[in-house]
Ligand binder design. Structure first.
Ligand SMILES: Nc1ncnc2c1ncn2[C@@H]1O[C@H](COP(=O)(O)OP(=O)(O)O)[C@@H](O)[C@H]1O
Ligand SMILES: [Mg+2]
Length: 429
């Protein structure tokens, strides 16, 4: 449908203006608190409703969240105050205690939780716009359910969220692999010209007292569970000191790999170059459900010149099927020479890794997953007894962190003759 041109003005942060320029099926903004996301999108829903209604259309504006138990938890109040802040919107809409609709009866707001009550509205609604605020937690099945219900010609889907984890369905759908017809930007408090003093005071308070959460809350970074995270401190220093950066492969120096071998689990491999006191993490690889030949091929394809491969002691265990140890299999696959990491306790390994991180430089692009895992690797928490267990939580970070530990305890610097100390197939020096 044709949009009617209005000369009326509204105030929006410039980054938000860019999202609403031109046609798009999806519009979105993600970032930290106080960027103006909620306020601006609330305002724009009213503008879109106005344009639609004034051009003779009718329909519903759906304001959704993943969970919604009552109107109090909805965007209703935000919509109301956005409309009240603009004269020409106030005269177009009628605002009741529990509803907002246009006075001409063409446009009606509905508020819904995607998890529980989407089914009840989707049959009757002609949805012209669906806006999901606080969308970080929206599951993929909720997106799959919502999107086909927004099917009016010219209808749009808007998404705003504060990022928390890279594994969220919203992150994957709208940042990693955004729809072609979308305008999505990152926005933070610095981009909000109307950032109020009260929020700025809260921001400064968080900065001083909760530095581990600050970047998540205010700068739109992913949440790092610093509680019980073994390497949070060390990784924060690495970041502050600019050691999470671009670390190119140095041809004249051998690459040391360190592995955690998964059986029915992920296998993780770090690729490091030792230069003086520096440990340069130039690459990282992780995969599961494939044989050792796969990893041998990955190593070969990367084209690095290898100095040694550090493996955990269980590499010597013979496999039932073949009667061969994985060490022998790796040798057949030309993954050699192998150094077997000493069998230290986890705590000693973690201590060694902590010390090593202080000398580490990470290639942020190639080691993205590895860096994330090191940041999040943490102690297990016993919810029932509300105590920390004395061991690491087994989750997606474990394999990476184990491999990293083997690097920390297993690497022996090259000796005077320029030869690394190697172990033979039996693991004897
Ligand atoms: N278009 C706007 N006009 C006036 N003030 C705004 C506007 N957008 C944001 N603000 C101010 O910025 C504050 C934070 O905006 P909000 O939308 O709540 O941010 P976010 O959803 O990103 O946390 C609001 O409470 C309001 O004071
Ligand atoms: Mg908000």
């Amino acid at each position: 449908m044709k949009k009617k041109c209005t000369k009326a003005e509204i105030r929006l942060p410039p980054k938000i203006v860019s999202i609403f320029h031109g046609e798009a099926r999806y519009r979105g903004a993600y970032g930290g608190r106080g960027s103006g996301k909620t306020r601006s999108f609330a305002l724009m829903t009213a503008v879109k409703g106005y344009q639609w209604g004034m051009s003779g259309g009718t329909g519903q504006i759906l304001c959704a969240r993943e969970h919604l138990n009552s109107l109090d938890e909805s965007s209703l109040e935000e919509i109301k105050s956005a409309i009240r802040s603009v004269d020409w919107l106030s005269s177009y809409y009628e605002i009741g205690e529990k509803f907002v609709r246009s006075r001409d009866g063409r446009i009606n707001y509905v508020f819904s939780g995607l998890r529980r009550n989407l089914d009840s509205i989707k049959s009757k609604a002609r949805i012209i716009l669906a806006w999901v605020d606080e969308a970080e937690g929206v599951s993929d099945s909720a997106w799959q359910k919502l999107i086909p219900t927004v099917r009016e010609e010219g209808s749009e889907i808007w998404v705003t969220w504060n990022p928390e984890t890279k594994r969220s369905a919203t992150h994957r759908r709208f940042r990693i692999d955004p729809p072609t017809d979308s305008k999505i930007v990152q926005i933070n408090w610095q981009d909000n010209p109307y950032f109020p003093t009260v929020l700025n005071n809260e921001r400064l308070e968080d900065k001083a007292k909760r530095p581990d959460l600050y970047d998540h809350i205010w700068n739109g970074d992913m949440l790092i569970h610093a509680d019980g995270a073994y390497y949070a401190e060390e990784m924060r220093s690495a970041n502050n000191e600019g050691r999470l950066t671009v670390v190119p492969y140095e041809r004249s120096i051998g690459v040391v790999t360190a592995w955690d071998l998964g059986v029915g689990d992920s296998t993780a491999i770090w690729f490091a170059q030792m230069v003086g006191q520096e440990v340069r993490l130039i690459d990282y690889y992780e995969c599961s459900g494939v044989g050792l030949d796969h990893y041998a091929k990955v190593l070969a394809d990367k084209g690095y010149h290898y100095e040694s491969h550090i493996l955990p002691h269980d590499v010597r265990v013979r496999e039932m099927g073949t009667g061969k140890s994985r060490l022998e299999t790796l040798d057949t696959l030309a993954v050699r020479p192998v150094t077997i990491a000493p069998q230290l306790g986890v705590d000693d390994g973690i201590q060694a890794a902590r010390t090593m991180i202080g000398r580490c430089w990470f290639d942020l692009q190639k080691c993205e997953r590895g860096v994330d895992a090191l940041r999040q690797y943490r102690r297990d928490y016993d919810d029932k007894n509300m105590v920390w267990r004395g061991k690491p939580l087994h989750d997606w970070t474990s394999h990476c962190a184990d491999a990293f530990r083997y690097l920390a305890v297993g690497y022996r610097p090259t000796n005077d003759w320029g030869e690394p100390i190697r172990r033979n197939l039996q693991g004897i020096v």
